[in-house]
Design a protein around this ligand. Structure first.
Ligand code: ZN
Length: 239
């Protein structure tokens, strides 16, 4: 069986559509979304609709949670806060209801899926280094943990620390892994192409996929909808 894990779509319909097109073409068995479906980008409702239709499960992200309001927005920067308020005004009641019911963690057999970190997922901590990875390995039992949130593709092995390989075979019998799948709709690793992973459960093979999409179109729509220009600009350079 092969499943895809996508994350951090951030209302970028062009990127999501391109990624799901590839997943369909490759006949991947199912898609799990790690959340942050909305925030930053110009198409919150279209993205929620498509996730609802095409993803088997979806997790709660911090931007999804913030868009539900009336929670505190103090830890968001100005651009994020502005886009969250913009998004909140536009989400349909059906899509708000969908986001409201998203879980913070999903455990399925050997796999744990969460937006930010398995330890205290509702506090939205990042896993940036091996110390933070260890705290999270210690908090759960599953050998393979999928996260998003930082928009930076990276793999933490419990035995061998942090590394990145576009394609790698994992050893779930002898090691454990935290896999950050990167971001579909707002990559920040210097590569503007959408990022996600495909995992083959029989071969235990993990593959990062990068998909080119119409960045210019999303760029123009962010400006047209009067969202902060910075949010359009960063898409061009993947930062
Ligand atoms: Zn995000």
């Amino acid at each position: 069986m092969r499943f895809a894990v996508i994350s951090d779509i951030h209302s970028n319909f062009e990127a999501l559509n391109a990624v799901l097109g590839y997943i369909h073409q490759e006949k991947i068995d199912k898609v799990i979304c790690l959340g942050d479906v909305v925030g930053y980008g110009p198409h919150p409702n279209q993205c929620v609709d498509l996730v609802k239709e095409r993803c088997e499960r979806c997790l709660m992200g911090n931007h999804d949670y913030a868009a539900l309001g009336p929670g505190d927005l103090y830890y968001f920067n100005d651009y994020a806060r502005e886009s969250i308020l913009w998004t909140r005004r536009r989400l349909t009641k059906y899509n708000l209801a969908y986001l409201e019911n998203l879980p913070f963690t999903i455990i399925d057999d050997l796999y744990l899926f969460v937006h930010s970190s398995p330890l205290l997922p509702e506090e939205w901590h990042y896993i940036f280094d091996e110390v933070e990875a260890k705290e999270n390995f210690d908090a759960v039992e599953q050998p393979l943990i999928f996260v998003g949130h930082s928009h930076m593709p990276v793999i933490f092995s419990e035995q061998n620390g942090a590394f990145f390989e576009p394609q790698t075979t994992l050893d779930l019998n002898h090691d454990r892994y935290i896999v950050n799948v990167g971001s579909v709709g707002q990559p920040r690793d210097g590569d503007p192409r959408a990022s996600f992973v495909i995992f083959d459960t029989d071969l235990q093979q993990l593959q990062y996929v990068r998909i080119q999409y119409d960045v210019e179109k999303t760029f123009q729509e962010i400006l047209q909808k009067e969202l902060p220009a910075f949010l359009a600009m960063r898409l061009l350079v993947g930062q």
